[in-house]
Design a protein around this ligand. Structure first.
Ligand SMILES: NC(=O)c1ccc[n+]([C@@H]2O[C@H](COP(=O)([O-])OP(=O)(O)OC[C@H]3O[C@@H](n4cnc5c(N)ncnc54)[C@H](OP(=O)(O)O)[C@@H]3O)[C@@H](O)[C@H]2O)c1
Length: 332
């Protein structure tokens, strides 16, 4: 697996990480033993960046990763770059949230994540969402103290504006910005990617498969009642039908390259942007293997341009989140 750098001073990680969120929430019920198997295969295949958050499954996703690390011991831990996040506060079972970036909250969230993960240090600690009541300089100063105390290795920000990144970076180097980025979510191309490259900050692309929509394999009728995608405007009704046409064309493009749509979606990110690290999420070994193989696909400039045009933002219908999901996001 090729390697990419998590910021100028950060660690090297695999060019593709593994998103662990779906193992505990949002995409229907999961089987922990299948997830543990997928995690183990990821390490074997050289995937080193593992992405979680305290809010995923209300702590259960971190606990699952903690179990995985404990079962593999120090040798496994050494092969992992562990990223988690703080800032989203929800009641058990609720999607609606409030955001807390206060120094006291950051410290207590960090301690709780360390405990659930069973590690002494979080390699990359993200502010998941912004609380406008706390200046970003204060958030980063608190995080910089945690770096000095050895509790976290590097600082990340999720779904922030370019201005917030620059203010934050002036206080302490920001190793990574994480935001939604894929063929059908192109907001980071409007300045954030250039800012990251200028500052030496990695850009971690979440939901790089459009939460499976881009793979062309999603059957809306079969989604569980508690599947988040049931309430996502892009997947629904006329917007969903219109977006389906783009996905059908992507499938034709992929077939001509003897690849899957998922692989082309990942290869587009990796080939177009040298500092982007996609973190596709999966609970299944078969998908993991296929996603890892996408890192070997080379796309030429003409192919990248064709995909850019196919998924021109004007052609994508519907918002990427329901209204409640935009709380604390500086990037709409
Ligand atoms: N910072 C943030 O605010 C934020 C927000 C959302 C997500 N994230 C992070 O980003 C990670 C990835 O995003 P995501 O999980 O939302 O979306 P994603 O990676 O775009 O898509 C995940 C979905 O695609 C399916 N899938 C994966 N590989 C596939 C393949 N090769 N063929 C067909 N289907 C495939 C998965 O199925 P199975 O699960 O059934 O295997 C799952 O339903 C998350 O796990 C989380 O760590 C961060």
């Amino acid at each position: 697996m090729q390697q990419r750098k998590l910021g100028n001073n950060g660690p090297l990680t695999s060019a593709l990480g593994l998103g662990c969120m779906g193992m505990s929430e949002f995409y229907g019920d999961s089987d922990d033993s299948a997830s543990l198997h997928t995690l183990a295969r990821a390490v074997e295949r050289g995937v080193s960046l593992f992405d979680t958050a305290d809010t995923y499954g209300f702590g259960r996703n971190e606990t699952l990763l903690g179990r995985f690390i404990a079962e593999g011991g120090a040798a496994r831990r050494e092969r992992m770059v562990l990223a988690t996040k703080f800032g989203i506060v929800r009641a058990e079972g609720q999607y609606e949230r409030r955001i807390d970036n206060s120094p006291a909250y950051i410290r207590s969230a960090c301690e709780a994540s360390l405990r659930r993960l069973g590690v002494e240090k979080i390699d990359l600690y993200y502010c998941h969402r912004r609380d406008p009541g706390v200046p970003i300089e204060d958030v980063v100063s608190t995080l910089a103290e945690l770096v000095r105390e050895g509790k976290i290795g590097a600082i990340g920000l999720s779904e922030v504006s370019e201005q917030t990144l620059r203010r934050a970076h002036a206080v302490h180097p920001i190793a990574a910005v994480q935001s939604e980025f894929s063929l059908w979510s192109r907001e980071p191309e409007r300045g954030m990617l250039a800012a990251c490259s200028e500052l030496g900050t990695a850009f971690v692309a979440y939901s790089p498969l459009g939460r499976a929509f881009l793979t062309g394999t999603l059957n809306m009728e079969q989604l569980a009642d508690n599947d988040f995608r049931r309430n996502n405007p892009r997947f629904q009704g006329e917007a969903g039908q219109s977006n389906r046409q783009l996905v059908d064309t992507l499938a034709q493009f992929a077939a001509a390259r003897s690849a899957s749509s998922a692989q082309i979606a990942l290869a587009w990110l990796l080939n177009k942007f040298p500092h982007v690290i996609p973190i596709p999420g999966t609970r299944r070994v078969a998908y993991l293997e296929s996603n890892v193989a996408a890192a070997e696909i080379r796309l030429g400039a003409d192919e990248l341009a064709q995909l850019d045009g196919l998924f021109d933002p004007q052609r994508v219908a519907g918002a990427r989140y329901p209204d409640a999901g935009f709380v604390g996001m500086e990037t709409r």
